[in-house]
Design a protein around this ligand. Structure first.
Ligand code: MG
Length: 384
């Protein structure tokens, strides 16, 4: 399953007040669209936002505020259907599933997204919805003129998820007046599975919705609806014959090499272990047993990428990494910048969230005698 998040943000949505489209109005200091995108971080392979041509400057600011998220943009059309079609066209060919989401639902929880994705394993389309619990009335001129049966009625939410080819085909024959993507899919005969919606996944439409969204954010903050974890790692590799060492993914000429079953990158092993530690998912030796010949001479970036993907799959973002190499030689300082850049790129982090530093052990102990290199690392994971 290769998933894309498609956010339709081309609407003018000025009913919410403030004189600018609601997706760019600040909600607790951050534009709504920025919060919406951030809510999906780590959950998909691709992010596509459909923009109105007049909003490019506002978008540029959001893109700057989300450097960890690589977002493709495309321009929308005159109708929502035209905008969704433009977004579907912009998806990369390898994408198999797409979740189409309203820009104005910034409070979407990853648990709802996961429910939709899991329904897509057995259905071609799925979307969250809530049952109607209030009695339903008809009214005119301020008077109740009748009641309606609420049985079997749902309030539709987004993200609405689809197999890409299914929704593309549906849009090719779409009725442009359809209310949402579920209706488009249904018009072409596709069954849409319902999963449990979330009362807090509100669509910001009117000015008072901003106040309600701010209250929800404040409550989440109070409930500490944020899972913060710290993991530590420690590793040692001994020196043997050779002409270079690989530390934090960077090859450094040296008079000896580090020995190990893999490429002996003590830095990457330590950070990998710290991530597994934060997740309470064992250690590198359990995931990549040294007894398995498959890992002989392996590039240690494989191990780190596995740990990062485990964190991502469980909804965590890496907040920061701090790594200390302990050795007399080689001198780390001249290579620390390259190591930091390499780690940042391997973990898709900004470089200012990655620290590589070094110390000697004052010529004491095995590192002092230059028998090997030790490494310590701490990582912080955050699940928003
Ligand atoms: Mg090791």
């Amino acid at each position: 399953m290769k998933t894309a998040i498609l956010i339709v943000a081309a609407g003018r949505g000025t009913r919410a007040g403030g004189g600018i489209p609601k997706q760019y109005r600040p909600l607790n200091g951050k534009p709504v669209l920025q919060r919406t995108l951030k809510a999906f971080q780590g959950i998909a392979e691709e992010y596509v936002v459909v923009l109105h041509p007049a909003d490019q400057a506002q978008w540029a600011e959001i893109a700057r505020a989300l450097p960890q998220l690589s977002v493709k943009t495309t321009l929308g059309g005159a109708t929502r259907a035209a905008s969704v079609s433009a977004g579907l066209t912009a998806l990369s060919p390898e994408i198999t599933h797409v979740l189409i989401h309203d820009a104005a639902r910034p409070l979407i929880r990853q648990s709802t997204v996961r429910d939709v994705l899991s329904k897509l394993q057995t259905h071609k389309a799925a979307a969250p919805a809530l049952t109607v619990t209030d009695a339903l009335w008809r009214g005119e001129h301020g008077l109740v003129t009748g009641t309606a049966d609420r049985a079997g009625l749902y309030r539709a939410q987004t993200p609405q998820g689809f197999h890409v080819e299914t929704i593309r085909a549906a849009y090719r024959e779409a009725d442009l007046a359809a209310a949402d993507d579920v209706e488009v899919a249904r018009l072409s005969g596709v069954d849409v599975a319902i999963c449990e919606g979330d009362e807090e996944n509100i669509k910001i439409t009117r000015p008072e919705d901003f106040a309600r969204a701010e209250e929800i954010l404040a409550t989440r903050h109070k409930e500490r609806d944020v899972d913060i974890r710290v993991g530590n790692g420690f590793d040692v590799h001994r020196f043997g014959l050779g002409y270079h060492v690989i530390l934090c993914g960077v090859k450094i000429p040296h008079t000896r090499a580090l020995q190990g079953h893999s490429d002996a990158d003590v830095g990457l092993h330590t950070i990998t272990d710290a991530i597994y530690g934060a997740l309470a998912e064992g250690d590198i030796g359990q995931h990549f047993p040294p007894s398995d010949p498959k890992w002989k001479g392996a590039d240690s970036t494989i191990f780190l990428k596995h740990a990062v993907s485990r964190a991502t799959e469980r909804g965590f973002m890496i907040s920061n990494v701090d790594c200390t190499l302990i050795c007399e030689m080689p001198k780390i300082g001249p290579h620390a910048g390259a190591m930091r850049d390499c780690l940042a790129s391997l973990m898709a982090l900004d470089a200012d969230r990655v620290s590589v530093k070094a110390t000697t052990s004052e010529r004491l102990g095995f590192t002092g005698r230059e028998e090997g290199i030790a490494c310590l690392a701490t990582v912080t994971l955050v699940q928003p």
